[in-house]
Write a protein that binds this ligand. Sequence first.
Ligand SMILES: O=c1[nH]c(=O)c2[nH]c(=O)[nH]c2[nH]1
Length: 307
Amino acid sequence: MSESLSGKIILSGNQYGKAENRVVRIVRDTPRHEIRDLNVSSCLRGDFTDAYLTGEQSKVLPTDTQKHTAYAYAKKVGINSPEEYALALATHYVDDIEPVDEALIEVEEFAWERAIVDGEEHPHTFVKASAEVRTVAVTHNKENTWIVSGVKDFVILKSTGSEFKGFLVDPYTILEETDDRVMATSLVMQWRLAGTDPGELGFDGLFARIREIAIATFATVHSLALQQTLYRIGEAILEEFGQVAEVRLSAPNKHHFVYDFSAFDDVENHKEVFHADDRPYGLIQAAVSREDAPDAGPAWVTYRSWL
Ligand SMILES: O=c1[nH]c(=O)c2[nH]c(=O)[nH]c2[nH]1
């Protein structure tokens, strides 16, 4: 027999904001222009209970206003780096808008490369770079600030130097061991700073160097499993940068199966032709941290993952 629940009904959580403002900022103070192409979301947390319980909106800063603020700040503070821009927005909401206790600003940045014309970089023409997306999440309240930077859709492949063997075998295991396979992934990698200081490289320089470390580690570590490669990438980043407290990685194993030519007499496959399978895929995840890392607080709570 089921019992009915009788506890009082309450609003047990809320947050709101404007998602995915597509902000493109061109710096055109000199003939050589610069471009920053962003997708910006602002999410406010605070004293908004009335808006939900009674519909009274006097404490609600409209999401429309948040949209205009994202664009206005692209001019007023500029976009020296997506992290600094996000910090400026988050600080504005917490300091200047009374009911806001905490702001989360998420930024995605899409890269453009300068067009090459007659062998030279063109001053005001750009070509969309790879699918790779730079990510930033700044969470700020009156007590603390958390910065998580990263990259997603970071597609990388090595054609050898990867094995997978010695795994647990049960009656459903038919996978054969391999000591030479293609390893490929579309990496999501994020790093949380211990404070707000990116160090001498600045946010853009830190991003570029961490990306380089990830590529170099993926390439040079002889991989016994994607799990081991992920740990080694996180470890290498933490070894080089004391200001990074934690690295989180999520890696779909983009399987490349050696195509079966056994039906043909005259074609052989010495791991030269593969079927790139898009699903299902193994999904391997890791967090690598310093034992004494400061508390992550809400740093990893994203706008969408909250629900
Ligand atoms: O690197 C890998 N990790 C796994 O856990 C796994 N499982 C699997 O079938 N292939 C692989 N590869």
